[in-house]
Design a protein around this ligand. Structure first.
Ligand code: GUN
Length: 292
């Protein structure tokens, strides 16, 4: 069994990006600039956005964090997005999800300039991805592909089962794994809350990608021997005995499932850090495109 080490791999990627940034600096060029907008005070979202901004600083990107109150109106947020679209100094930006209920998420995602949409959530970019055109691939699926590539996980002709159909992970993942090329060429089954007999489906899978947010959902009896297990679940479980008052756990019963798996991602230290590294990669790509 091989652990797909997202912490180490993401550090390798960040070092590669930093080397590019150092070259830009040495040539007197502008470095990539990422902006992140967060609306409200959700603890997990604030942590994620904070990690993204800190990662920018460490590799030499410029970054801007825009915090807006939980009572922000849709118009106020759309105005902020318009500013970011028109600000030539900003190469890419993200609006952290989820948004408060008074704001229509789809309207917000549509307002982002596709050339600055480093999350890859705009319909134009999502469509390009589905059509194999060059675009920004959403960071979490992109990170999973990169992990598979760097560990040479064989995906061709394999049965990949994706659990969860979110726009951020499950849906794009199901498209990407079925694309031509590597990693891809998989036969894909996309499962969700209406799927019947899920154990029958997962137990036939060569590769399982689970993005549900239900701790310990994937048990050993749902997995065949030598399966590849990618755990995208990140749940905070309250625990007073921990310093932070919670611990982080994934969708997979790691202890038992890891005994059967050929490759498996841990939580934490698997897919999570890869997401940040690939957001930085997309921002570098945005800078290079704007320069071209
Ligand atoms: N919320 C959870 N994951 C993501 C992500 O990748 N991007 C944004 N913008 N919000 C998220």
């Amino acid at each position: 069994m091989t652990i797909l080490d997202g912490k180490k791999t993401s550090n390798d990627i960040k070092n590669e990006i930093k080397a590019e940034v150092d070259k830009m600096k040495a040539n007197g060029e502008k470095v990539p600039h990422l902006a992140a907008v967060i609306v409200g005070n959700d603890g997990a979202s604030l942590t994620y956005v904070g990690s993204k901004v800190r990662a920018c600083e460490r590799i030499g990107f410029e970054s801007t964090l825009i915090k807006m109150s939980s009572t922000t109106s849709e118009i106020e947020l759309l105005d902020k997005i318009e500013d970011l679209n028109n600000n030539d100094d900003i190469d890419g930006f993200i609006v952290q999800l989820p948004l408060p209920p008074q704001i229509d998420t789809q309207k917000v995602l549509l307002a982002v300039d596709p050339d600055k949409d480093v999350d890859g959530f705009h319909p134009t970019n999502f469509g390009k991805m589905a059509l194999d055109m060059s675009t920004f691939i959403p960071a979490t699926p992109f990170g999973i592909l990169e992990l598979m590539e760097r560990y040479q996980v064989d995906t061709a002709g394999k049965h990949t089962v994706v659990i969860g159909r979110s726009h951020i992970v499950g849906r794009p993942m199901s498209i990407l794994m079925g694309r031509k090329g590597f990693p891809g060429n998989s036969t894909v089954t996309l499962t969700h809350s209406h799927t019947k007999n899920i154990t029958q489906i997962t137990s036939q899978a060569d590769i399982i990608i689970t993005a549900l947010g239900v701790p310990g959902f994937l048990k050993a009896e749902m997995v065949k021997d030598d399966a590849v297990i990618i755990d995208v679940g990140i749940t905070r479980v309250p625990d007073e005995t921990r310093e932070r008052g919670y611990y982080i756990t994934g969708d997979v019963d790691f202890e038992e499932v890891s005994k059967k798996a050929s490759f498996i991602t841990p939580v934490p230290g698997g897919v999570g850090p890869m997401t940040i590294a690939m957001l930085l990669k997309n921002t570098l790509l945005a800078r290079e495109r704007h320069r071209a």
